[in-house]
Design a protein around this ligand. Structure first.
Ligand code: PRP
Length: 183
């Protein structure tokens, strides 16, 4: 669905579809160079990361494998405790693998910080993160993210995987949701 179809629900477009696609190509080239000799298992965190995973993995020119996790953070949005429950675990064995977590957004950083320790504890040779978006003002913990697409302000954003009540995920760009849409 194009962004103009939801013009009445959003206040501004923060990252255009063209900016996203150009950044994806740039990140893919950096990842190709970094993982060329060692191979990489891309780990997507459902559901938001589906779009970035689909585009980034196809923009990469080296062979990659993909796996998925679904997690739920207790107290998300109110009192993020950093305690995460696994709803769907990986199928792959991580021993000796180079793992790249693919995320749509880093908000508080609590999910990612838990995920890194969890995947490292399974014997991965390395665990790195690529995230399309990051909200620096929302950070509660420092997460070492090696590849970042865009830093954005701490506003309620939707699109390119990000939802409000499961809507807007399929928008090709990232936009600020008008508060009247959810109040
Ligand atoms: C979002 C996003 C990250 C997480 C980041 O997922 O995809 O996984 O929140 O938040 P944090 O940095 O504060 O931990 P969400 O829980 O909204 O689930 P979804 O991807 O299914 O929409």
């Amino acid at each position: 669905m194009d962004l103009d179809k939801v013009a009445g629900d959003i206040t501004k477009v923060l990252v255009t579809p063209e900016q996203i696609q150009s950044k994806i190509k740039e990140l893919a080239a950096q990842l190709d160079a970094h993982y060329a000799d060692k191979g990489v298992l891309l780990v997507g965190v459902l559901k938001g990361a589906v779009m970035v995973m689909a585009d980034l993995s196809r923009a990469m020119q080296i062979p990659v494998q993909m796996d998925w996790m679904a997690v739920s953070s207790y107290g998300h949005g109110t009192q993020s405790s950093g305690v995460v429950r696994i709803l769907k675990d990986l199928d792959a064995d991580l021993i000796g693998r180079h793992v790249l977590i693919v995320e749509d957004i880093i908000d508080s950083g609590l999910t990612l910080s838990w995920l890194i320790s969890n995947l490292e504890a399974r014997g991965a040779a390395s665990v790195e993160i690529v995230a399309l978006l990051r909200k620096p003002e929302a950070a509660k913990v420092d997460v070492n993210v090696r590849w970042i697409g865009f830093d954005i302000p701490n506003e309620f954003v939707v699109g390119y995987g990000l939802d409000y009540a499961e809507n807007y995920r399929t928008l090709p760009g990232v936009a600020v949701l008008d508060p009247k849409t959810y109040s």
